[in-house]
Design a binder for this molecule. Structure first.
Ligand SMILES: [Zn+2]
Length: 383
């Protein structure tokens, strides 16, 4: 029985078990082991079991945007202009904290630190501190504009108690040793320094519930517990500034006694988490039932090479029977997904065949009717 990563309470029985031998990650790859999600009735935290195979996943597969300096994730298109995730993060950060007031700013788990790079353009006095648990970003850190300091694996002990602001973008959801990391952040901060971070909000994005590498699913209550327990005050949690995320800011008070923060009510979060468990369990049951009803010799493919298509793949009893992923994204054509070729709809020619459609239900039926008019395809839809 695992303990809560936030408050340490024994978590009891899971609210969700995937029932599958493999689990899906945020990189659309599979790790060995069943996904289980727990809900903590002491602090309102939801938690996924940390599968042993995640270590291999981080070593071999977890590479977000390692290819190039400007290779970023598109966040939104505003007025015809593309806004990338790090740019949006820098804008939100600038709204929340006037970084020109501070000198030493550290990005904890920074990767290539694109947000800090943007933020520094408006805060020329800033000394940038770059830290990550791997050394693979050092070539990027060396090119980061001076003054900058960096450390891999462990923060430099000389930084201890000297940092004005610690930033962290999409890191804490991956960490099973959460209290150790928050303790590290706290030790880096000078008294009165700020901790500013972004983590996903599972309650605003159903897919976050089933990804195996997101061990922590925070709520307003569990964030409050975690920060209060480590002596942070002036806790601000914003659910609106960044889509499907919590933007969190708090100030460290090194003199404050621990664990005295009152928690917001989390009964609605528990109900919503159980609802998500029901949604994913129901979906898995329908996928396997559809699969079981297919003629043994019928060719099978998955439409959609994103999270839903890969989730379908992870649920199949006979995934080896999938011959293709079909996707209209031209950047994916010619690549492989789960060992299968990704082909554009126009070149998928198996007929008759079964097609598992991993697309948003709002558009899926119309899209398939238009794309495959006149074809003898047996469709599975998510709704
Ligand atoms: Zn807890």
């Amino acid at each position: 029985m695992p303990g809560c990563t936030v408050c340490g309470t024994d978590l009891g029985a899971p609210i969700y078990r995937s029932g599958r031998a493999h689990s899906l990650t945020t990189m659309n790859t599979l790790v060995k082991g069943e996904t289980q999600v727990f809900f903590c009735d002491t602090c309102g935290h939801a938690q996924t079991n940390a599968l042993p195979d995640l270590e291999r996943f981080y070593a071999e597969e977890y590479e977000i945007n390692l290819d190039g300096e400007d290779d970023d994730q598109l966040y939104a298109v505003v007025g015809g202009r593309e806004v990338y995730r790090s740019e949006h993060q820098a804008n939100v950060l600038a709204d929340k904290i006037d970084l020109s007031r501070f000198r030493r700013v550290l990005d904890y788990g920074c990767a290539k630190a694109p947000t800090l790079r943007s933020a520094r353009e408006n805060a020329p006095r800033m000394e940038a501190y770059l830290f990550d648990v791997t050394d693979k970003y050092i070539p990027f850190w060396e090119k980061f504009p001076e003054p900058r300091y960096y450390a891999a694996f462990q923060p430099d002990p000389a930084w201890s108690g000297h940092i004005d602001v610690v930033l962290s973008f999409y890191a804490l959801e991956h960490v099973a040793e959460l209290n150790e990391i928050i303790g590290n952040v706290k030790a880096l901060l000078r008294d009165g320094g700020y901790f500013y971070f972004i983590v996903p909000n599972m309650y605003a994005n159903a897919a976050d519930f089933i990804v195996a590498d997101h061990v922590n699913h925070f709520s307003r209550a569990s964030l409050t517990y975690m920060l209060g327990n480590h002596g942070f005050t002036d806790i601000e949690i914003d659910e609106e500034a960044h889509a499907a995320a919590f933007v969190v800011m708090a100030r460290i008070d090194h003199t404050k006694a621990h664990g005295q923060t009152s928690l917001p009510d989390f009964a609605a979060d528990r109900a919503k988490a159980c609802e998500l468990a029901g949604f994913w369990s129901g979906l898995t049951a329908r996928i396997t039932a559809f699969e079981a009803g297919l003629d043994a010799g019928l060719p099978r493919a998955i439409y959609g090479a994103g999270i839903y298509g890969n989730y379908i793949y992870s649920c199949l009893d006979q995934p080896e029977k999938i011959t293709h992923f079909v996707d209209q994204n031209k950047f994916l054509a010619g690549k492989r997904m789960q060992g299968c070729p990704v082909v554009p709809p126009g070149t998928y020619s198996d007929d008759p065949a079964a097609l598992f459609v991993g697309l948003n239900p709002r558009i899926a039926r119309n899209a398939m009717a238009e794309t495959f008019a006149g074809r003898a395809l047996e469709f599975f839809f998510l709704d």
